[in-house]
Design a protein around this ligand. Structure first.
Ligand SMILES: Nc1ncnc2c1ncn2[C@@H]1O[C@H](COP(=O)(O)OP(=O)(O)OP(=O)(O)O)[C@@H](O)[C@H]1O
Length: 956
């Protein structure tokens, strides 16, 4: 693999290297949309194109498809990993290997290799491996090959490795390589197991890692972990602004006068063992006494599952809502609590998240996302529907959570009986206490099970990795793979693994790599179920994380291994997770203060996030958290994540607040947004006609605010009525509501690439991505929403299926707004392409780009300049448009900076210049001439020759 700055570069090369990428065919003009596109096929004759060989396309007569030959790109997906050749790794390096004798294993040679092909490496060193005689593993020789070729390992001699040819064979490291914690001893060894102590432990081999929890291997009794029970801790001390919870006798569950709520008796003993249980009466008392109570309790102590149930016992309380930052948490908590109460989900306990709900009139305890509660506030300004509102995981400081907290503070004087509970394991107590004056504070000590935190020693920073992978991926990605291998091969403790990395690309890569390793090392690793988890996955796929690990087989431990983004960082309990591997990184989204470019760059997590990640272990049994960074790096981390309100796009939020009659300028929030960002969002809303020049909400703005979508997408929907293309824009909105609509095209390995490109060509529309997505969706529907059809067409069934669900939800709102009637979907004639593009342009009026006049060449390096902000951007590799064509004006739905040097536009369509002025006339957007003039002013440093060239280029 050639060098790649990152995955986007890889994609870039992937597509540009394709022979189909630049080919031009003479194509039929796009046809008008039939109600049900008929899947006729015709095979266009290939034409000769410059330098590149033409693709062999088949074409489906599609409403929008005119198989633009140069537009075939696809986006990677893990789904086809089995069809791909395994990643070519040059090193497996075991950062956590230590001298655990139980890890000494010999892998049978050719006997068991019939189904596998052997690893092609001469040696794999652990940096800590030494020539422990019993640590040698003989690697199967290459007798039989399989369909999957094994990773190609080359030998990397780690500076810290001694000459051991064994893979994953740890041995006692020499002391000076490690930071030895003061209390070094057997219990500090990350591979210590109290049940089967080994001679190595007894000889007190120093641990390679700083273990933050020396007693980690000892399952603690609950009380042992409660500072309240500790003789040195005075639970009633006033030394902090917190009041420590006052544990009460847990037998006093029900006080006279308190309601008795339903409970499933089989869960009661487990619930009583939770660290929070002794504080039940105290918590209820506080909630009765104070309007706002802030509760800090360690991860897994029982806040999210127990406190909402107890709130139902509070006098005069019948309706409780508990809001969570994420859908997955809201749904899984509702399921768990319904179980604990012995009721069905959707009966007494339910949930409501965007595009999905299970609740009824009998629901008294509802788990929702923060966004749902904010939307509810738009129609029920004082949230009369609830007696207690619990806002959980406030430490995340998401934009919507901060807005929710600000809005709720406004209600308090009008509803003195309303009770608010603010919760987290790692919140900044001072900030929240200052914001809610006169609130009650409560700190609940204790974790249910201990978590051993194991820091990576600094030497890992200097470890040797395969060059290609090192360039393409951050070191932690390789380290994470190695630690997973360590655990699978050497750990004797039964338990599943949860790995935190930053994004989908890394997750796909790790999953693919591990799958290959699992085949190669099947005999030593046992059965491993590798499960990806990220936000864009449909809910049904996300649910896989809760499935049980595969059954152990022939004495080998089987595990599930979840590779996740920070979506799994808070609130959820995944049964069986014992090992957490924390990369210490997160992709944080932010928007440029001066323009609308979003960036999604990996940065260090905060200490608070690190604790939350560790807290996913130790929930159902003792756990271990391997931190792929040193203790010094941990100490250098910020305490809290920068609040989203200070770094995010505020357009949709400002509109929602405006509709509620609230100005963000005067809105009281925990942290104030940046004034530039606020200004930028207001200008955008004016350009979208959602606000008038005096910042009053227009009728269009009100209609836009009804849709739970980004402002740009909801503006398209509103405009669709003017251009008589409601059905098409409804489809597009459904497709765009996933984070990466480009992923609908599955990326496959080299062998199938031609076929995939050909399939993609059947849907490609010459105007670009927007109409291509509509086209894909229409064909999906016309073919009965079938998974096998998607498979044949290299389309992502899950994404299309989810778009189909969202389509139905949005359709309801369209009907409510009188934008559609029930019959129009069935009987309406297809809209004209030009009308659809004008509606798209209306929503993206601020998101336009033109060819860079200073770099007029076309081709893979063709650059564009955004009209509004003069930013240099290139087409994202997932785009349908060809970079070999000169386009007059492009309209894009997303502009993203993925690394320090590269900015991409994606979901892009080509737009006629005249349409701009027509659409701008109906909106508050300045004319293109004015924008150009502004830009010319900025380019005043240009020479006369360059200027005249520019004038020529743009017909000025
Ligand atoms: N789905 C589940 N399966 C098994 N046990 C669970 C489940 N959900 C919760 N538990 C148990 O209940 C305990 C408390 O979970 P809960 O979510 O209430 O903790 P929490 O204090 O809110 O943690 P966090 O701050 O991490 O969200 C867990 O530690 C676990 O032991």
């Amino acid at each position: 693999m050639a060098e790649h700055e990152n995955y986007d570069d890889f994609l870039d090369e992937f597509f540009r290297g394709s022979s189909t990428r630049t080919t031009r065919l003479s194509l039929p003009p796009s046809t008008e949309v039939p109600a049900h596109p008929s899947p006729h096929r015709s095979v266009p004759s290939s034409t000769n194109s410059s330098a590149r060989s033409p693709p062999q396309h088949t074409s489906i007569t599609s409403p929008y498809a005119s198989a633009h030959p140069s537009s075939h790109r696809s986006v990677p997906s893990s789904t086809n990993s089995s069809a791909q050749s395994p990643p070519q790794h040059s090193s497996i390096f075991s950062p956590y290997a230590s001298a655990h004798p139980s890890s000494h294993r010999s892998v049978p040679s050719s006997t068991n290799s019939s189904a596998q092909s052997p690893p092609q490496h001469s040696s794999i060193f652990s940096p800590y491996a030494s020539a422990h005689p019993s640590s040698h593993r003989s690697v199967p020789s290459s007798t039989n090959s399989s369909a999957r070729s094994p990773p190609q390992h080359t030998s990397i001699t780690s500076p810290y490795a001694s000459a051991s040819p064994s893979a994953f064979s740890p041995a006692p490291p020499s002391r000076h390589h490690y930071h030895v914690p003061p209390s070094t001893g057997p219990s500090n060894n990350p591979f210590t197991h109290s049940s089967s102590r080994s001679p190595a432990h007894d000889s007190a081999v120093p641990s390679a890692y700083t273990s933050a929890s020396p007693s980690a291997s000892t399952p603690a009794s609950t009380s042992a972990h409660h500072p309240a029970y500790s003789p040195t801790h005075n639970p009633f001390s006033n030394s902090s602004s917190y009041t420590w919870g006052n544990p009460t006798d847990s037998t006093q569950d029900y006080k006279p006068g308190r309601k008795k709520i339903r409970q499933n008796m089989s869960f009661l003993s487990k619930r009583r063992a939770l660290p929070i249980w002794p504080y039940k009466s105290e918590i209820i008392r506080r909630i009765e006494q104070s309007q706002v109570v802030i509760i800090e309790g360690e991860t897994g102590s029982g806040k999210s599952t127990q406190i909402p149930q107890w709130c139902l016992e509070v006098e005069n309380v019948s309706k409780v809502v508990c809001s969570q930052p994420r859908r997955i948490a809201a749904i899984s908590l509702a399921n768990r609590v319904a179980h604990e109460m012995g009721v069905g989900v959707g009966d007494e306990v339910g949930y409501v998240v965007r595009f999905e709900h299970k609740s009824s009139l009998t629901t008294n305890l509802k788990y929702v996302t923060d966004g749902i509660l904010v939307r509810q506030l738009m129609t029920d300004r004082s949230l009369e529907a609830y007696d207690v509102i619990i806002i959980d995981e406030v430490h995340e400081r998401r934009l919507v959570t901060d807005i929710l907290i600000g809005l709720i503070k406004q209600i308090l004087p009008y509803r003195p009986e309303l009770r608010i509970v603010i919760m987290s394991a790692t919140l900044n107590k001072n900030k929240f206490s200052d914001f809610f004056e006169n609130c009650g504070n409560l700190k609940i000590p204790g974790q249910i099970y201990p978590i051993e935190k194991i820091f990576s020693p600094a030497v890992i920073e200097r470890a040797a990795f395969g060059e290609d992978d090192q360039k393409r991926y951050e070191k932690y990605v390789i380290q994470a793979i190695n630690v997973v291998m360590e655990i699978c091969i050497m750990e004797r403790t039964q338990g599943d693994i949860l790995v935190f990395v930053t994004g989908r690309d890394e997750i796909d890569y790790i999953c693919e790599y591990l799958e290959d390793l699992c085949v190669t090392y099947k005999d030593s690793m046992g059965t491993i179920d590798i499960i990806p988890l990220y936000g864009e996955l449909p809910y049904s796929s996300q649910q896989r994380i809760f499935a049980k690990a595969p059954k152990s087989f022939q004495g080998r431990i089987s595990r599930k291994c979840i590779i996740a983004t920070n979506i799994a960082e808070t609130s959820i309990t995944i049964e069986g997770i014992v090992f957490v591997i924390d990369s210490g990184k997160v992709k944080l989204s932010s928007v440029d203060q001066k323009c609308h470019m979003k960036s999604l760059l990996p940065v260090d997590i905060s200490k608070s996030s690190a604790e939350q990640r560790a807290g996913r272990a130790g929930r159902t049994q003792p756990g271990k958290c391997y931190r792929l960074y040193s203790q010094d790096a941990y100490e250098a981390m910020a305490n809290d994540t920068i609040p989203e309100i200070m770094r995010s796009d505020l357009t949709s939020v400002i509109l929602q607040l405006k509709v509620m009659g609230i100005d963000l300028e005067t809105f009281e929030s925990i942290d104030q947004p940046n004034p530039d960002q606020r200004q930028l969002a207001l200008e955008r809303l004016i350009q979208l006609n959602a606000l008038d020049p005096y910042h009053n909400v227009t009728e269009i703005g009100r209609q836009m605010a009804r849709f739970p979508l980004d402002a740009e997408v909801s503006r398209m929907l509103v405009a669709s009525k003017d251009y008589s293309c409601q059905n098409e824009i409804l489809t597009l909105a459904a497709m765009l509501s996933g984070d990466r609509p480009g992923s609908v095209f599955v990326l496959v390995g080299k062998k199938k690439r031609e076929k995939a490109m050909e399939a993609r060509g059947q849907f490609a529309h010459p105007s670009g991505d927007h109409l291509t997505y509509i086209n894909v969706f229409n064909h999906f529907k016309a073919n009965g929403c079938r998974e096998d059809w998607c498979f044949d067409k290299f389309l992502n069934f899950k994404i299309l299926n989810e778009a189909s669900t969202i389509h139905s939800q949005l359709e309801h709102i369209m009907i409510e707004l009188n934008f559609l009637d029930h019959n129009s979907l069935r009987y309406s004639s297809p809209a004209k392409d030009s009308n659809i593009l004008k509606a798209i342009l209306t929503g993206n009026i601020s998101q336009l780009a033109q060819r860079d006049p200073l770099q007029p060449h076309v081709g893979s390096r063709q650059q564009f300049i955004t009209v509004l902000d003069n930013l240099k951007v290139t087409l994202h590799p997932s785009c349908t448009l060809s970079e070999y064509t000169q386009y007059e004006l492009l309209c894009y739905s997303s502009c993203l900076k993925t690394n320090a040097r590269k900015s991409y536009i994606s979901t892009v369509s080509s737009i006629n210049m005249e349409w701009y002025d027509e659409v701008a006339g109906t909106t508050g957007a300045p004319s293109l001439m004015k924008r150009r003039a502004e830009r010319m002013h900025l380019l005043s440093f240009m020479t006369e020759l360059e200027l005249s060239q520019l004038f020529n280029d743009f017909n000025i």
